[in-house]
Design a protein around this ligand. Structure first.
Ligand code: PLP
Length: 405
């Protein structure tokens, strides 16, 4: 029987292949250090957990909640944008709470896409940026991801040569997986371009608070006039170590926000009220929890760059996000990112995410997530050093296997 139309557009997750290998190595007793999935290992701060426990005792909170978010939560998110970015938002019309930013992004795609609409999307990028639109019937045109002057000529060409004219442009800075950070000047150019060509801008700012060097990452909505064309997504998953709680936001252009709210009103009843109240409490906090999370990732980043460097793998220090985007070491480049990642699981007990899982242009890199503690990161570096020292044997093996197929 033929595969369903939508399922055919969703190839099996590349990461699954590494996950399977990881699971079987673990089942065989290996101690795999997992720097693969971007799943934060830090506990949610205690006061947020306490708030949830307090609120859940009130049976009135057990009913269906509000799909677009309870008013206090939307006000808290508007307060965050005002404090952090100096951006004024109307919590009634310009803020929607989402079940994580991934859900918000995917349902925004559902809300705005007609079959065949062209979407300009970074490559490599977090998979939902492309697959959200593919599931909605859109067509993806890939763009380079460096937020500098090199971004605009391909963008100009894409707009000139796409038929129909692109509906939307996706941007994601700080980027998962590349960790590139955009400046406000870059955003100004993006917004000027989008306004001129009447293109929607969808900005994924999931890593707004995970930054290490210099100034905090800006919001695209800081650009005057951005609200005419742009919506931005933020997430509580990384900022407050709340990935399993599923809480995020879409804010910005009223028409787009209202389209998303309409679609969501048909699909869900919003997050469980106690989660929404605890999220409100988190956003209205004094920022100390955020600082602590940031400083833990910062230390892990430094340990990773230093210890991997000593092991013979020079990794560019990411200025933001919880990821390093590491070029595959020279002797292994011909393998590509999937085979290299499998090799690391098999021979070094270290799991990373193959760059190809983020798009074809990611195949020369792997993504290293800072989701194990400093001690384990150093252990990973020791394992890698041992593996690199025996690399000739290892690469012979893998080449032989490939040739055999
Ligand atoms: C760039 C980016 N956007 C969105 C998400 C999803 O976040 P959420 O947990 O809010 O759905 C992630 C999670 O890894 C991400 O890296």
């Amino acid at each position: 029987m033929e595969e369903f139309h939508k399922v055919r557009r969703l190839p099996p997750y590349v990461f699954e292949q590494v996950n399977r290998l990881k699971a079987s190595a673990r089942a065989a007793g290996a101690d795999i250090i997992d720097l693969g999935m971007g799943n934060p290992d830090l506990p949610t701060p205690q006061s947020i957990v306490d708030k949830l426990c307090e609120v859940v005792r009130d049976p009135r909170t057990h009913r269906y909640s509000s799909s677009k978010g309870i008013p206090g939560l939307r006000r808290a998110q508007a307060g965050y944008y005002a404090r952090r970015f100096g951006v004024k938002l109307n919590p009634e019309t310009e803020v929607v709470a989402t079940l994580g930013s991934k859900e918000g992004f995917a349902n925004m795609a559902q809300a705005i896409t007609a079959p065949g609409d062209v979407i300009l999307c970074p490559n490599p990028t977090y998979p939902i940026h492309a697959f959200g639109f593919l599931m909605a019937g859109g067509v993806i045109r890939s763009l380079s991801v460096e937020p500098d002057d090199s971004f605009f000529p391909p963008l100009e060409r894409a707009v000139k040569h796409s038929i129909p004219k692109p509906l939307a442009l996706v941007i994601n800075y700080p980027s998962n997986p590349t960790a590139h950070v955009a400046t406000l000047d870059f955003y100004k150019e993006v917004i000027a371009f989008a306004r001129k060509h009447e293109i929607i801008v969808l900005s994924d700012l999931a890593y707004s608070e995970i930054y290490f060097d210099g100034a905090p990452p800006p919001s695209v909505l800081q650009v005057p006039g951005a609200k005419d064309v742009a919506v931005e997504f933020t997430s509580m998953s990384k900022t407050f170590s709340m990935p399993g709680w599923r809480m995020g936001f879409a804010v910005g252009n009223e028409r787009l926000i209202s389209a998303l709210a309409r679609v969501k009103s048909y699909l869900d009843y919003g997050a469980f009220t106690p989660i929404q109240v605890a999220a409100t409490h988190a956003l209205n906090g004094d920022g100390k929890d955020i600082e602590e999370v940031r400083s833990i990732y910062h230390k892990r980043r430094d340990v990773m760059v230093e210890s991997f460097g000593k092991a013979g793998w020079d990794v560019t220090p990411p200025a933001a996000t919880m990821f390093a985007w590491a070029k595959i070491p020279e002797p292994f480049q011909a393998l590509g990112s999937l085979e290299f990642s499998k090799l690391l699981v098999e021979k070094a007990d270290v799991a990373v995410a193959p760059g190809i899982g983020f798009g074809e242009h990611g195949d020369q890199h792997v993504r290293i997530a800072l989701v194990e503690n400093e001690h384990r990161i150093r252990q990973a570096a020791r394992n890698l050093k041992r593996f690199f020292a025996s690399a000739d044997v290892a690469t012979d093996n893998i080449v032989a296997l490939n040739a055999h197929r």
